[in-house]
Design a protein around this ligand. Sequence first.
Ligand code: PNS
Length: 163
Amino acid sequence: MIRCVCPGSFDPVTNGHVDVIRRAAALFEEVVVAVLVNPAKRGAFTLQERLELLRGALEGIPRVRVEVVGGGVLLVDFCRSVDAVAVVKGLRGGTDFAYELPMALMNRHLTGLETVFLAGEPRLEHVSSSLVKEVVAHGGDVSGLVPDAVLTALNARLRPPAH
Ligand code: PNS
């Protein structure tokens, strides 16, 4: 089984994540979506909420499973434990590349784990979990950028009362 891991915080999952995961599933025999927990970072959504939104968003994409990676665990160790040969990440542009390259090099240094970069879908180049949260928190509309259930959850959690 040629398996890859798509890691992230998914706070919350966006259509950009779903696009990368769907494309990874077309390249690998199995995709493990790894939800990493950073105890130092309080997210907008609890781990349970993130998992529920992620599972809903990935329904219908075959050969994808979602797993939680606890705080203090290196991504390379998780990848070894699930027997994954590569990490798959989407790149929206040069800033993503500058952020991702040292991690990819470090992961390869640590265990030889490879990283495969997929060119992000241009339609979704401006979409990130942090930006959609900021837009909703200021009363803006992010429909089309996140799955419908995520839109509902974002509006319920972050939308200011006046909007
Ligand atoms: O969605 P994010 O927050 O941009 O994802 C970053 C993530 C979770 C993939 C990265 O921080 C990570 O791999 N963390 C796990 C701990 C680890 O292995 N750190 C060393 C990376 S070289």
